[in-house]
Design a protein around this ligand. Structure first.
Ligand code: ARG
Length: 460
């Protein structure tokens, strides 16, 4: 490379070694930030001109030049020069080449340290909006299925053992809650992302009369950071973003795990459409849930992104260190991966049918109505601990005869407890139990309708 290609070159007696050029460059990764770098530079230049640090004409030329560069990048005709290190230096060098003198004033009162913090915050603001849209789509897919296939009585599980009966709709809406918390978490993180760092300079700010509030206003930030030293050292917003993404991945992974189990021959609760399954190269009969497995598998990568970043930050003396350049690898990787997984999950949810008959056929197994029977006894005045024991014995008795609780005779039931009346029939069987759920948020029909109403409104 030519000795003067880098803006800081004049201080060095030697040109940079090619090995070092290749090692230090980040343009191969941070070229994705070009839009934000340009928008940030235009805002900075506008402020500089309003503060009479550059002329109006300088600003107009800088703006025009930067927009031209943006267009060139978008059309794919721009060559990102590795010897210019990163997106900030690449664009500045291109601008100098394009418009000459005025471009040399653009970096007034600015460092790449506050510039990169700005670019990342702008990128993340957009990314959070994208993720919010994708997560809302996913929620809508679950809600649509809860409306279409939500009335099936099915078992719930604790310890992967049959627990209490629920409606498929309540089950589906459980995921909607998880993804709502993820959306809320991202919105909360946004509060700390959405603060303008520009003007913090290299670390200590500047002696020039920069108007930081004005830059924030132009870029739509509701506030500016308070302390320049912290501003340059801070990567908390990146950590929070990665944690939010990792949590989305964790939720997606649990969903995927459920559906992998549910589409097995042994369960046969659901059928994922052929279009979202794969076959086997050897076993002709196979229909494998590979998409779900990949969603589950990619979760490890997202946890890795978070841990990599936290580890990268923890040993750094205040403030900026070049280690920080590595943050983008983790952030872009996490964003790309989670976007792909959410999109895939949305398609899977939309293209899955519940096997109502299969689920129904085996509903008598596992004593799903045992808790409801104990609560029936509570209503007849029996202390719950005693009711639990009575039903426990009945379950054991029915199990040895290979019967369900509803198949025991009234006499058999009354032998266990004389408080049992013929009305007990309305409280037994999984289907009856779902009709009797009374608590707010329970897995019954009424509660399902209430939740559906609320989601349809908030996701409209
Ligand atoms: N490419 C660098 C990064 O991503 C920009 C900041 C460089 N600052 C510096 N003082 N060398 O972190």
């Amino acid at each position: 490379m030519t000795k003067a290609a880098k803006s800081w070159q004049s201080r060095m007696a030697q040109a940079q070694d090619q090995l070092a050029i290749d090692f230090v460059e980040s343009i191969s990764i941070d070229h994705r930030l070009y839009k934000y770098d340009i928008v940030g530079s235009i805002a900075h230049a506008q402020m500089l001109s309003e503060q009479y640090l550059i002329t109006k004409t300088d600003f107009q030329q800088i703006k025009k030049g930067l927009n031209e560069i943006a267009q060139k990048i978008e059309s794919g005709k721009f060559k990102f020069d590795k010897s210019c290190e990163d997106i900030h230096m690449v664009i500045e060098a291109a601008l100098i080449k394009l418009i000459g003198e005025p471009a040399k004033k653009l970096h007034t009162g600015r460092s790449r340290n506050d510039q990169v913090a700005l670019d990342m915050r702008l990128w993340m603001r957009d990314k959070i909006a994208d993720l919010d849209d994708l997560l809302a789509d996913l929620q809508r897919a679950f809600v649509t299925q809860a409306q279409k296939q939500g009335q099936i009585v099915m078992p719930s599980y604790t310890h992967l053992q049959r627990a209490q009966p629920i409606l498929s709709g309540n089950y589906l809406l459980a995921f909607v809650e998880q993804f709502q918390r993820d959306r809320d978490r991202l919105q909360d993180a946004l509060k700390r992302v959405n603060v303008c760092p520009l003007g913090a300079g290299a670390v200590a700010g500047s002696s020039l009369p920069l108007d930081r509030q004005r830059v924030a206003e132009i870029l739509g930030f509701p506030a500016i950071t308070r302390n320049s030293i912290d501003t340059i050292a801070d990567r908390d917003f990146c950590v929070e973003f990665l944690f939010a993404c990792a949590t989305v991945a964790m939720h997606l992974s649990r969903f995927a795990e459920d559906w992998i189990i549910y589409c097995s021959q042994e369960f046969s609760f659901i059928r994922i459409a052929d279009a979202f399954c794969t076959g086997s190269s050897m076993m002709p009969q196979k229909r494998n849930p590979d998409m779900c497995e990949l969603i589950r598998g990619k979760t490890g990568q997202l946890y890795g992104n978070l841990i990599a970043l936290m580890t990268m930050v923890k040993g750094q003396p205040l403030t900026y260190n070049r280690d920080m350049q590595e943050d983008k690898k983790q952030l872009f990787d996490a964003a790309d991966t989670i976007e792909a997984s959410i999109t895939m999950a949305t398609a899977i949810v939309a293209h899955t049918t519940f096997n109502a008959e299969k689920i129904q056929a085996n509903l008598d197994a596992g004593f799903l109505d045992a808790t409801a029977l104990a609560e029936y006894l509570v209503n007849k005045g029996i202390p719950f601990r005693q009711a639990h024991q009575i039903v426990g014995k009945l379950v054991s008795q029915a199990e040895t005869q290979n019967l369900s609780l509803a198949q025991l005779t009234l006499t058999e039931l009354q032998q266990a407890c004389d408080k049992i009346q013929p009305d007990v029939a309305q409280y037994l069987t999984a289907a009856n139990v779902t009709k009797n759920y009374a608590t707010a948020g329970a897995a019954g029909r009424e509660q399902l309708n209430e939740q559906l109403k609320c989601w349809k409104k908030s996701l409209a």
